[in-house]
Design a protein around this ligand. Structure first.
Ligand code: PLP
Length: 462
C-alpha cells in the first residue's frame, strides 16, 4: 500500500513512513493511493467478533508489509487493553432507530484514545525495530495532549512533550496530563494561549537543526494512522445493527474533520453507509460550506464544546481531494487561496460530490445545554457537550435508516457545562476516581520557542 499527498507533489511513502512523517512535504496530507474494499462476506464475518478482531480485518489492508500479522495483532491488543469497557465502543439505544456509540471508555475519556493508543504502539513497534528514538512534541487545548501522554507514557523509544496554555484547560484535562509518573512524559504549562503553543510547535518544525537534532515527530490529527484507527468503530457499530444487509447513517460532532472522514473511508471500503451527518457548534465553518459551497474562515468563538472550536478544519482537505476526483493541483489551488485570502469557493462538481456524501447541521450554545438536559430526562443518558451537539443534529435526520451518533467524550470530562445544563455533577469512572489525589508534575515555561527548545534538549539528553 502506497501513500500519496492531497496536493500531489510530495514523495510517495509506505505506511510506516507516512505514519512517522505526518504532514507531507508539499504541505498536503497523506492518503492511500487506492482504498481497499472489503466484501460483504468479510463484513458479515465480523458479526460476533471482538473489537480487536474487527480492527485487524479493517486496518490490515492499509499497513502493507510494515508489520506481520502476529505483530499487528499484538499491537492492537496492547492498544485497547487499557479501556474500561470490554466492548471498547459499546452501542446504546437512545430512541426508536437512534443509537449512541460511546467512544469515551479509553484512558482519557475521549474518542481520541482510539487513535492515540494505537499510534503509541505502532510507533514503539516500528522504532524499537530500527533502534531509533523520536521526540514527540504536541500542542493541545486539552483532549489531544492528554490522549498523547497516556498513549506514549512508559514507551522507551519515545519522549513526549505536550505544551498546553497555562490556566486555560479544564482541571480534569490538566490532571490527565500532569499526573503521569513515567520519566519520558513532560507536561509543559506555557505562558500564553493555545495559539502561543501551536506557534511554538510550528517554529520547532521549521527549525531544521532542532528538528533533526531531536528527531522531532508529530501526532496531530492529520496523521493518517489516526484516521485509520477511527475507521474501525464505524464497522463494529454498523455490523451490530445488521450491516452489510442493513444500511446505517452516522452523525459526528466535528471539528478538524478527522473522525467523520474516517466514516467516509469506511463507506469507500464497502460499508453500507447512507448519510454522514456533520454536526457543528457555533463555530460552523463546515456547515456553512455544505450550505453555500464557500469555505470562509471567521474568528473562533469559544463554546461549551471546546474540542470543536476551530477556524480551519485541517482534515477537510482530504474530503476535498476526493470531491475533486483526486486532483492534487486543484486542492493545492484551494488551499493557497485559503492561506492568502482566508477563503475558497468549491467548484460546482466538487460541491455536488460533497453534498452527495455529507449532510450537516449547526447547534447553538442554548440548544446544546437544552439537549444535555432533555437527553438526561427522556433518554436516561448524560451527554458531554460535544455528544449533545451530535444528538441534536441527528434528531433532524432520523428516518427509516438507523442513525448512530458518535459520543466523543465522557460527561465527566466537561463537568461544569454538564452540571449547568442538567443539574447533575457527572462522576469520574471508578478506575480514575483518584485523579484529584494524584501528584502533579508540571514544568512552567515562558511562551518563547527558545526557552521551550532548551527544556526539550536538556530533558532528552538527561
Ligand atoms: C477532537 C474532538 C472532537 C472533534 O473531532 P475531529 O476529528 O477534530 O472532528 C469532538 N469531540 C471531542 C470530545 C474531541 O476531543
Amino acid at each position: 500500500m502506497r501513500y500519496i499527498s492531497t496536493r500531489g507533489d510530495a514523495p510517495v511513502l509506505s505506511f510506516e513512513q507516512a505514519m512517522l512523517t505526518g504532514l507531507a512535504r508539499d504541505g498536503g496530507l497523506y492518503l492511500p493511493e487506492t482504498v481497499p474494499a472489503l466484501s460483504d462476506d468479510a463484513i458479515r464475518a465480523m458479526r460476533g467478533q471482538s473489537y480487536e478482531e474487527i480492527a485487524f480485518t479493517v486496518m490490515r489492508p492499509f499497513i502493507g508489509d510494515t508489520f506481520t500479522d502476529p505483530e499487528f495483532q499484538e499491537i492492537i491488543a496492547k492498544a485497547y487493553s487499557g479501556f474500561g469497557h470490554d466492548a471498547r465502543a459499546p452501542l446504546v439505544q437512545l430512541a426508536p432507530n437512534h443509537f449512541l456509540l460511546e467512544l469515551f471508555h479509553g484512558p482519557t475519556l475521549a474518542f481520541k484514545d482510539f487513535a492515540m493508543q494505537l499510534i503509541g504502539q505502532l510507533f514503539q513497534a516500528a522504532l524499537s525495530r530500527s533502534g531509533e528514538r523520536v521526540t514527540i512534541v504536541g500542542a493541545t487545548s486539552g483532549d489531544t495532549g492528554s490522549a498523547a501522554i497516556e498513549a506514549f507514557k512508559g514507551l522507551d523509544a519515545v519522549d513526549v512533550f505536550i505544551m498546553y496554555p497555562d490556566g486555560r484547560v479544564s482541571e480534569v484535562q490538566r490532571r490527565q496530563m500532569t499526573t503521569s509518573t513515567e520519566s519520558n512524559v513532560h507536561a509543559l504549562a506555557v505562558e500564553g494561549d493555545f495559539d502561543t503553543c501551536q506557534g511554538a510547535l510550528k517554529d520547532m518544525f521549521n527549525d531544521f537543526d532542532f528538528r533533526d537534532g531531536v528527531r522531532l515527530a508529530g501526532v496531530n490529527s492529520i496523521n493518517w494512522a489516526r484516521v485509520l484507527a477511527q475507521v474501525v468503530y464505524y464497522f463494529s457499530s454498523a455490523v451490530s445493527l445488521g450491516a452489510p444487509e442493513r444500511k446505517v447513517s452516522f452523525t459526528v460532532p466535528t471539528g478538524n474533520f478527522g473522525d467523520i472522514f474516517a466514516g467516509y473511508i469506511a463507506k469507500q471500503m464497502g460499508l453500507p453507509i447512507d448519510k454522514l451527518v456533520i454536526a457543528t457548534n457555533q463555530n460552523d465553518i463546515l456547515h456553512r460550506t455544505l450550505e453555500t459551497g464557500s469555505y470562509t474562515t471567521e474568528g473562533v468563538v469559544p463554546s461549551i464544546s471546546p474540542s470543536m472550536d476551530i477556524q480551519v478544519s485541517s482534515n477537510f482537505e482530504r474530503a476535498l481531494f476526493y470531491a475533486y476526483d483526486q486532483d492534487g493541483a486543484a486542492v493545492k489551488e484551494q488551499m493557497d487561496s485559503l492561506k492568502t485570502g482566508g477563503s475558497f469557493k468549491v467548484s460546482q462538481g466538487a460541491y455536488q460530490a460533497l453534498q452527495e456524501t455529507y449532510a450537516s447541521g449547526r447547534v447553538s450554545e442554548g440548544q446544546t445545554s437544552a439537549m444535555i438536559k432533555s437527553a438526561q430526562a427522556t433518554m436516561g443518558e448524560l451527554l458531554c457537550p460535544h455528544s449533545a451537539v451530535g444528538v441534536y443534529v441527528a434528531q433532524d435526520h432520523l428516518g427509516e435508516t438507523p442513525m448512530i451518533t458518535l459520543a466523543t467524550a465522557h460527561p465527566a470530562k466537561f463537568p461544569a457545562a454538564v452540571e449547568d445544563a442538567a443539574g447533575i455533577h457527572p462522576p469520574l469512572p471508578g478506575r480514575m476516581a483518584d485523579l484529584y489525589d494524584r501528584k502533579e508534575t508540571i514544568t512552567h515555561v515562558k511562551g518563547d520557542v527558545a526557552a521551550i527548545q532548551a527544556i526539550i534538549r536538556e530533558r532528552i539528553s538527561a
